[in-house]
Design a protein around this ligand. Structure first.
Ligand code: TYM
Length: 332
């Protein structure tokens, strides 16, 4: 079976619909066809300032949500990054074959460092994509399910795999991004040309999986829509309505064409009201299952520790090979 790997940051109290539709939904699907490794990347979550008191619980909540939307510990390996030290160890090696300028060209770094102020941005924020490459390469992943915003980071992972292989001998599988176009960029309800984002959207622009669905419905009702009245799909001229149709289509598993036909002659208000209902139907059981996992933290922690052990069984040998190839002095 081919391998898949992906990760998600526990930076907020809830995932949002962009995370789910752009990435996590595909994680669930790929469990069936791939040898799957999925990771709550808590080490990535400390690169831009964080609250130490809530990080551990956010990692639990992240894992609980992943299980609630359908990751099955029988069919995938789910773990927390900091429990597998090989990630940071391989990241060091990869950082030594990454160019300073190359890392500086990462747009996510440029955006975020600009926001925090260049002087105050951490070196960890700068090397963030190198740790991400280590995550992926340790598992020899073939496919990496992510949203569009991760494309450039995936390109770096590929470059680093190829470079290491050329310099030190074939060691890493060169990973391919698995980006499903339809939902690769869910946009902000208040700013439908920008992506829905944990760090940069306003609360009104984000639909969180764990928020009160009445609140979500209200946000959807207030979503910025476009001039005109017709419900048509056109991301250029109608980015707001198109975003709502994209979300609706993915959650209700109905094609965009089908929805456009069904809403012919109806108004934006009807679409928004019904989408609020679709969201409620989707999140209600997800919230119940998430709560059930969080109600038994000892069981959840055990499940994650078992995941980390399974992950180390793969990451350990890969790291050992990399250590040998670069000439490290392994203990006898
Ligand atoms: P993160 O935690 O920001 O987001 C998790 C996943 O959600 C996707 N995503 C979106 N997809 C569509 N529309 C949106 N508005 C939207 N917002 C977020 C992201 O593309 C991502 O797939 N660097 C990664 C975490 C990471 C990782 C890895 C991913 C660390 N190591 C190794 C893959 C492989 C990140 O910050 O994701």
């Amino acid at each position: 079976r081919p391998r898949t790997f992906s990760g998600i940051q526990p930076t907020a109290d809830s995932f949002h619909l962009g995370n789910y539709l752009g990435a996590v939904r595909h994680w669930v699907a790929l469990q069936e066809t791939h040898d799957a490794f999925y990771c709550v990347v808590d080490q990535h979550a400390i690169t831009a300032g964080h609250d130490a008191a809530s990080l551990r619980q956010r990692s639990r909540t992240a894992a609980a949500q992943l299980l609630a939307v359908g990751l099955d510990p029988e069919r995938c390996t789910l773990f927390v990054q900091s429990q597998v030290p090989e990630h940071a160890q391989l990241a060091w090696i990869l950082s030594c074959i990454t160019g300073f300028g190359e890392a500086g060209r990462m747009v996510q770094f440029k955006d975020k460092s600009q926001k925090h102020g260049n002087e105050r941005s951490s070196v960890g924020l700068f090397t963030y994509p190198i740790l991400q490459a280590a995550d992926i390469l340790l598992y020899q992943a073939n496919a990496v399910p992510v949203g569009e915003d991760q494309r450039q980071h995936l390109e770096l992972s590929r470059d680093l795999a190829q470079r290491f292989n050329t310099m030190f001998g074939a060691t890493f599988t060169v990973p391919a991004p698995h980006i499903v176009k339809d939902t690769a960029k869910i946009t902000d309800l208040q700013d439908p040309t920008a992506k829905m984002s944990k760090s940069s959207s306003s609360p009104a622009g984000i639909v969180n999986l764990l928020e009160d669905p009445a609140r979500s419905a209200k946000k959807i009702r207030s979503a910025v829509t476009d001039t005109g009245r017709e419900i048509v799909f056109d991301t250029e001229t109608k980015p707001g309505v198109s975003n709502l149709l994209t979300i609706y289509s993915a959650l209700a598993e109905r094609s965009i064409d089908d929805l456009v036909n069904a809403y012919a002659g109806k108004g934006y208000g009807d679409l928004k009201k019904d989408l609020g209902e679709v969201v409620r139907e989707f999140v209600t059981p997800v919230q119940e299952r998430t709560r059930a996992y969080l109600d038994d933290p000892a069981q959840l922690d055990k499940l994650l520790a078992a995941g980390a052990e399974k992950a180390r069984a793969v990451a350990g040998p890969t790291l050992r090979t990399a250590y040998e190839r670069v000439g490290f002095f392994l203990p006898v």
